[in-house]
Design a protein around this ligand. Sequence first.
Ligand SMILES: [Zn+2]
Length: 273
Amino acid sequence: MKRKTIKTPQTLKGVGIHTGEVCSITFKPSEQGYISFIRTDLKAEPIIALAKNVSSTLRGTNIANEKAEVHTIEHVLSAANGLGITDLIIEMDGPEPPIMDGSSLPYAKAMLEGELKEIDQTAEVLHLEKEITFQDGDITYTANPCQDFKITFVYERKGHPLVSHQEYTFTLTPESYLKEIAPARTFGFEEEIAFLQANGLAKGGSLENCVVIKKDGFSVPLRFDNEMVRHKILDLLGDLKLTGKVLGPMHITCKLGGHKTNVAFAKKLTEEN
Ligand SMILES: [Zn+2]
């Protein structure tokens, strides 16, 4: 498998969901062998998208170096993972990518608009030799060698009248990613919004970029009946990009995972294999 980048730079602009700050993000061609983020508003080195650089996983995945931090990078990285992009420079003039519509589809479309291009170098593929498991309380991950790359995700919100249990299995190709996963939006529960805002989060959240789940309905019409579990797969694909490798054929099953455990599992995958 060859490494992949884009041919022409593409820019998107908008508000970050947690910081509420307006930011321009530009995807640029690269042949450096990895994905990096550059804060053009700061004098700082690029931050490489690797699990060891994760600085926080509170409601999103942030990475940092000594002088700069970028927040909520998982949807952008998910788009790159979904399309098989291995090499990319991502410039941002603020701390957090624009949330756009809350899904990864706008990023994936921008990357496709920039035209994918193969680099004449073999990608570093993580081939699984044996089963790898990870557990943290009720949260579990297993990865088994398989023919394709698949994810089964089990999402639960025990006792909730609308989203108590959702389960979905997804086999990754660029086409299936664009159709089944990329459109699934960020969601939050009505009762949590006050807590998030008290903690300085969700300042940029709105009806345009987030599905708010109430006891008796959703703030906007859903794109899929099981949009929540699809978004959990979207997030997991983004966090797994922090392995810095292309994940080879394997079946990952995740129950109840979130950003913190996704990153721990990404570390385990790279360390134990
Ligand atoms: Zn997300």
